[in-house]
Design a protein around this ligand. Structure first.
Ligand code: ZN
Length: 54
């Protein structure tokens, strides 16, 4: 029996911005421990709002 990982067995995390669960993706395989957001959009936006200064 090959020990592959079923899709349904992929690790999950909860997005720190929107609070939704999201599933491991290939692009995160090397940084999974550091991933906290489900998408670039969540990572970029809507955190604690300080003054928009850019
Ligand atoms: Zn999110």
């Amino acid at each position: 029996m090959p020990r592959g990982v079923k899709k349904s067995d992929l690790p999950q995390k909860t997005c720190a911005t929107c609070g939704k669960p999201f599933v491991w993706r290939k692009k995160w395989e090397k940084v999974w421990d550091e991933v906290r957001y489900c998408s670039d959009r969540c990572r970029a936006g809507r955190g604690p709002i300080s003054s928009k200064k850019q």
